[in-house]
Design a protein around this ligand. Structure first.
Ligand SMILES: N[C@@H](CCC(=O)N[C@@H](CS)C(=O)NCC(=O)O)C(=O)O
Length: 262
C-alpha cells in the first residue's frame, strides 16, 4: 500500500513540451507532412501488435490475388510522429495504424482503428469476412472482443509486467487475472474449431493473433508466457501455430517500413 492521497482535482505532474511523451490533451503538437507512395493504399503504422494487423490483412489479400498493393510507412511512436499535424488529421486519436485509400480519388478516405481498417478491407475486397449476415455478425463479435480486451492485455498487463519502472503487486495481479481470463475465453472457444469464426480464417484471427498468439508464444513481453502459465491454453497455442506459419503472416512480420522523412 502507498501513502497516496487523492487530490480533489487531478493534475498532470509530468508536464512536457516535447513532441513525444504522454499528455492529457489531444491535437497536433507540430507541423508535419507525410509522404505518399504510388499505390492507392497508404499505410502509416509500426510493427506493434495493433500495427501488424494491417500488413497481415494486406499480405493475405495479395496472396489470394486481390489488388491490395500498398505503401507502408513507419510512424515512430517513440519519437512522437503520431502527434504531427498530418498524422493527427488522419487520426485525431494519435494512434497507429492508419490507412488512407485513394482508390475513389482525392482527398483519400482515412480509416483509423485497426478493427475499422480490417472490416473496411474485408468489405472492400469481399474476403476474410463471412458474407452471410448472421455469420458476419458472429465474426464481428470477436473483432470487437479483441478491440475491447487489448487495453487490459497491453495497457494493463503488458505495461505493469514489462514496461513500468517498478513491479507493483496490485496492478500486476489485477491485469494478469484479466489477461488469463481472456485467454481462457479464447481457449474454450477454440476447443472445437480451427479458427475463431469456425473453419475459415478471417479478420477475427488477424485481429486476435498479434496479441493472444504472440502472447502465448512468448513474443510480446519476455517471461510472460511462463508467468501466465500459457500451457494451460493448448487450443490457443495450436491455433497460434497454425497462424504464425502462414506465409502472409511471416511476410507481414518482416515487412519493410519506409521512413516518413528523407
Ligand atoms: N484501438 C486502437 C489502438 C491503437 C494503439 O493503441 N496504438 C498504439 C501502438 S500499438 C499507439 O499508437 N500508441 C501511441 C501513443 O499512445 O502515443 C487500434 O486497435 O487501432
Amino acid at each position: 500500500m502507498t501513502n497516496y492521497q487523492k487530490p480533489r482535482v487531478w493534475e498532470w505532474q509530468d508536464v512536457n513540451n516535447e513532441r513525444t511523451g504522454n499528455r492529457p490533451t489531444a491535437g497536433a503538437r507540430f507541423e508535419q507532412s507525410l509522404p505518399r507512395g504510388k499505390h492507392d493504399l497508404q499505410v502509416y503504422s509500426l510493427a506493434t501488435p495493433n500495427g501488424i494487423k494491417v500488413p497481415i490483412m494486406l499480405e493475405e489479400l495479395l496472396a489470394i490475388g486481390k489488388a491490395a498493393e500498398y505503401d507502408l510507412y513507419k510512424i515512430n511512436i517513440g519519437q512522437g510522429d503520431q502527434f504531427g499535424s498530418a498524422f493527427v488529421e488522419l487520426n485525431p486519436n494519435s494512434k497507429i495504424p492508419v490507412l488512407v485509400d485513394y482508390s475513389q480519388g482525392e482527398p483519400g478516405l482515412n480509416v483509423f482503428e485497426s478493427g475499422s481498417i480490417l472490416v473496411y478491407l474485408a468489405d472492400k475486397f469481399a474476403s476474410f469476412i463471412p458474407q452471410d449476415f448472421s455469420q458476419r455478425t458472429q465474426c464481428l463479435n470477436w473483432v470487437f472482443w479483441q478491440v475491447g480486451g487489448a487495453p487490459f492485455v497491453g495497457g494493463g498487463f503488458g505495461h505493469f509486467f514489462h514496461y513500468a519502472p517498478e513491479a507493483l503487486e496490485y496492478p500486476i495481479n489485477r491485469y494478469a487475472m484479466e489477461t488469463k481470463r481472456q485467454l481462457d475465453v479464447l481457449d474454450q472457444h477454440l476447443a472445437d474449431k480451427a479458427y475463431v469464426c469456425g473453419e475459415n480464417y478471417t479478420i477475427a484471427d488477424m485481429m486476435i493473433w498479434p496479441w493472444m498468439g504472440q502472447l502465448v508464444d512468448g513474443k510480446l513481453y519476455p517471461g510472460s508466457d511462463v508467468f501466465l502459465d500459457v500451457q494451460a491454453y493448448p487450443h490457443v497455442k495450436a491455433w497460434s501455430q497454425r497462424i504464425s506459419q502462414r506465409p502472409a503472416v511471416q511476410k507481414a512480420l518482416k515487412a519493410d517500413y519506409q521512413p516518413i522523412t528523407k
